[in-house]
Design a protein around this ligand. Structure first.
Ligand code: SF4
Length: 411
């Protein structure tokens, strides 16, 4: 009759609190093993004692929580710390964000990368401002543009107290280890097992803190390598630890093979200004941001002559191009692509010659670094390419001075 007792102990949907068995213990739905309910209390006690003082943890309103959760997707905590308060200072509430232009939003996002997130956040703000009220559950937050399952659950639990589980990569690792999950956590079966295990740890009265505690645990103790099981609040009931195989979980998936690619990026300088181009927003790489003119070379054609490169830039962007040779190299990566970037100096007949599909602007070099171009959201490659170019120029000036000095000394 174990199945029956498991059903009895599901959370009360109206309060989100766990129903206890007569013995006061919560039953794991995965294997029927009794879990001491003090585990979720232990987790919260640990979190209360060690939680990092991060800017977004000082705010609980849904807007601030949503902004932080979107920023934290694929971006390190230290980086988000640098941008979060400034973004909220520019757009202090959902209405101010909704009323801003996309250009302004992207400019304030500049430096955080993955600009699609900023566009979706902007669109979501417009929907919320238009309705005049916030969706308060994970299911209704999920209907906002670009808000995935994790973000919806995080906002619902932290801002509105919903007893739901926010399952990000860190939490997935903690839970997969805790139950020694022997299937792929990305597939339905594995995911359901993790959700059940995670919900057992969510305290109905402090759901947001429970979720943040699990995230914190994954970020600080239950690291991918060398987890600190000896000080972990969940160590007692952790199956992977008991097996002595913590690092084997979660089960690895076969990774997509990385692809080596070559791009050529053109620096077109005119009167101390550099040409940036922008394509109208559309799905795809670098969508809607200002970028240096860039073409991709086929793997077998990376040794193109300057004339051939000029022909290709003209084909891609319109106008009459000439290329004056490679000046520097940089490395860039986008998802599974490792990109070797060749930086060339080039000129174009006239700005008016740029193809109609492009917007063009010449930006003062003096306004470097690009993050200072508050009014102009740029792709990450712009900063990298310009830094590599100016470093190469400085080195060549330095070498020139050195050789001039040795010539003078020698004469
Ligand atoms: S005991 Fe170790 S493996 Fe298990 S959750 Fe804690 S840190 Fe992770």
């Amino acid at each position: 009759m174990r199945v029956k007792s498991e059903k009895k102990n599901r959370k009360n949907p109206s309060t989100g609190r766990r129903r206890e068995s007569p013995s006061g213990r919560v039953l794991s739905r995965r294997c029927g093993k009794a879990l001491d309910r003090s585990e979720s209390d232990q987790l919260l006690r640990w979190f209360d004692a060690v939680r990092r003082d991060l800017s977004w943890r000082r705010r609980r309103d849904p807007y601030s929580v949503l902004v932080s959760e979107v920023m934290l997707q694929q971006t390190r905590v230290e980086v988000v710390e640098r941008y979060y308060e400034a973004f909220l200072a520019s757009f202090p509430d959902v209405r101010s964000l909704a009323n801003a232009s996309e250009e302004e939003v992207l400019a304030r996002w500049s430096g955080l990368g993955y600009y699609r997130r900023a566009r979706n956040l902007h669109r979501a703000a417009r929907v919320i401002a238009g309705r005049g009220t916030w969706p308060r559950t994970a299911a209704s937050l999920r209907e906002l543009p670009g808000i995935g399952e994790y973000t919806a659950a995080a906002v619902a639990s932290i801002a509105f107290g919903e007893a739901t589980l926010a399952l990000d990569g860190n939490v997935e690792r903690v839970l997969a280890r805790r139950i020694a999950l022997d299937s792929d956590p990305k597939r339905a079966l594995g995911r359901r097992a993790l959700e059940r295990a995670g919900l057992d740890l969510v305290d109905g009265g402090r759901a947001g803190d429970s979720n943040q505690a699990l995230m914190e645990l994954g970020a600080t103790l239950c690291r991918p390598r060398s987890p600190h099981c000896d000080v972990c609040p969940l160590s007692e009931g952790c199956a992977a630890r008991a097996l002595g195989r913590a690092e084997d979980y979660p089960m690895r998936r076969v990774r997509r093979q990385r692809l080596a690619v070559c791009w050529v990026t053109a620096i077109v300088e005119r009167d101390g200004r550099i040409l940036l181009l922008r394509r109208p927003p559309a799905p795809g790489l670098m969508d809607g941001l200002w970028n240096l003119p860039t073409i991709e070379l086929e793997a077998e054609r990376t040794d193109c002559s300057d004339r051939e490169l000029a022909r290709r830039f003209a084909r891609e962007y319109g106008g009459r191009w000439s290329v004056a040779g490679a000046r520097a190299r940089a490395h860039h990566s986008v998802t599974y692509r490792d990109i070797d970037v060749l930086i060339v100096e080039a000129s174009i007949g006239s700005r008016a010659e740029v193809a109609e599909s492009e917007e063009a602007v010449f930006v003062e070099v003096a306004k470097l670094p690009p993050s200072a171009w508050a009014e102009l959201p740029t792709g990450a490659l712009v900063a990298k390419a310009l830094e590599a170019l100016f470093r190469a120029r400085a080195e060549s000036t330095h070498a020139g001075q050195g050789s001039a000095r040795s010539t003078a000394t020698g004469s």
